[in-house]
Design a protein around this ligand. Structure first.
Ligand SMILES: Cc1cc2nc3c(=O)[nH]c(=O)nc-3n(C[C@H](O)[C@H](O)[C@H](O)COP(=O)(O)OP(=O)(O)OC[C@H]3O[C@@H](n4cnc5c(N)ncnc54)[C@H](O)[C@@H]3O)c2cc1C
Length: 411
């Protein structure tokens, strides 16, 4: 490692670090991937697969797939200011870090929780695979009869000496059919209060006892599955945290999940036709003063843009107040609900602006942005459900931030 790299990685020279990133990107980022969001390996048609694999491996080699993680586990040990600078420099050239997407729930949720609760052995075995983008994780929490009231879950793990045998059904398991590992919440003691008999197990998906069945959404996508455990095996070494302390582990993991869902934008995160006000002018037209030619829409659009700006500034203020080391906590629920409202409002406005062009599903009469609009609008409905519904976030805010008395929501 060069002297300058050592210096920058310890946070003393942000500008030098930016210059280093720019040079590195020039040498290492495949230009064909500019602005491409690789939701699946190589993009929907697989045409970028080779470039994506190269880009993933080069990023992983630098530890920049999960740059805030310790170097020992595949990260780069960067502080928040450097992580932000790295993201900004990548954004400047249209480079998207594919590793958090390729690792499923690994970089944003399971990994940070392993860092906090895992043994040294668990960190060494699991984190480098996540940080390289080569091992994808799913999360088996929800069950047909346990969603918001997660503690009612009934998937059972029985102690068989050196391992657990797991039986039960999970549902809405994102990416279960393409994941190598699952972080599952299971019941390990049926005789105690429901929150107290739960554990968090990590188990490999590629085994005879695990079966997945994809569920199709109204948007046409099939991002999640029913997951069946029939005598599935989980090693004792893969119990995360203490036996029967899974409720605390999962509360922490869900805070990480919400913290990763606090930026507002297009639901699909894809590159769009342009700023909302420009799209509106194009579809609706302008008056003689060059303003959007619909006073009511103009006023609602302005309000939305102000809300979006306020959200962004609040996120920046939180980061600044945390002095470069943001802590994940209950406030993530406020930001998740705010991001949800703004993202869904944007989709509604876009649909209204495009009129019937925004409702196209297929065919030459619609351009790519129009076709994406209706799918994004439908997909956006999920944002107020996953990671804990909007109502559940309000319960958390009322109890854990405002200190109001408990309602029906436990935990
Ligand atoms: C796109 C997507 C991806 C997902 N991925 C995963 C995943 O990878 N792994 C996983 O385990 N789960 C996943 N989920 C499931 C998600 O966590 C649950 O859908 C969510 O927690 C709500 O649970 P539920 O669907 O059972 O709804 P319910 O809990 O039945 O809730 C139904 C309605 O009642 C409201 N409600 C429930 N309880 C209360 C209360 N106490 N106070 C006020 N209102 C209440 C809810 O807000 C909701 O509107 C995913 C969901 C979606 C949509």
């Amino acid at each position: 490692m060069t002297a300058s790299a050592t210096k920058t990685e310890h946070g003393s020279d942000l500008e030098a670090f930016r210059a280093e990133v720019r040079t590195w990107l020039k040498d290492n980022f495949p230009p064909a991937l500019e602005g491409i969001m690789p939701m699946m390996e190589g993009g929907a048609d697989g045409s970028h697969a080779a470039d994506l694999a190269t880009w993933r491996d080069r990023l992983a080699e630098r530890g920049w797939g999960a740059p805030h993680w310790p170097k020992a586990y595949g990260g780069a040990g960067l502080d928040h200011a450097h992580v932000r600078a790295l993201a900004q420099e990548m954004g400047r050239v249209g480079a998207i870090n594919p590793i958090p997407l390729l690792a499923g729930m690994g970089v944003t949720m399971v990994g940070p929780t392993i860092l906090e609760y895992g043994t040294d052995d668990q960190k060494q075995r699991h984190l480098p695979g996540i940080a390289s983008g080569k091992v994808r994780w799913c999360l088996g929490l929800s069950e047909p009869n346990a969603g918001s009231d997660l503690a009612s879950l009934s998937t059972l793990a029985e102690d068989r000496g050196d391992h657990f045998v797991v039986n039960g059904q999970k549902i809405w398991t994102s990416g279960a059919d393409i994941s190598q590992w699952c972080g599952a919440l299971v019941r390990t003691d049926k005789t105690v209060a429901k929150h107290k008999g739960i554990s968090f197990l990590m188990l490999p998906m590629d085994q005879p006892g695990v079966r997945t069945r994809p569920i199709k959404l109204i948007s046409g996508a099939s991002p999640f599955c029913e997951t069946f455990f029939d005598d599935a095996r989980a090693e004792k070494d893969d119990l995360l945290g203490e036996l029967n302390d899974g409720w605390n582990v999962i509360k922490r993991l869900l805070q990480h999940e919400r913290a990763s869902q606090t930026s507002a934008g297009s639901p699909g995160g894809k590159k769009k036709a342009g700023a909302l006000q420009d799209v509106a002018k194009r579809y609706v037209g302008v008056d003689s003063a060059g303003r959007l030619d619909d006073p009511d829409l103009r006023s609602r659009l302005t309000r939305h843009l102000m809300d979006a700006a306020a959200h962004k500034l609040t996120a920046e203020r939180i980061a600044a107040e945390a002095k470069g080391n943001p802590q994940v906590g209950a406030a993530a629920s406020i930001m998740k609900n705010s991001a949800t409202g703004i993202t869904q409002a944007r989709s509604e406005l876009l649909l209204e602006i495009m009129g019937q062009q925004g409702f196209g599903w297929e065919g030459d009469a619609f351009d790519a942005d129009e076709l994406a609009t209706v799918r994004d609008w439908l997909w956006g409905k999920a944002i107020s459900i996953y990671g804990g519904s909007a109502e559940v976030q309000k319960n958390i805010i009322s109890k854990n931030i405002l200190g109001l008395p408990e309602t029906t929501q436990k935990g």
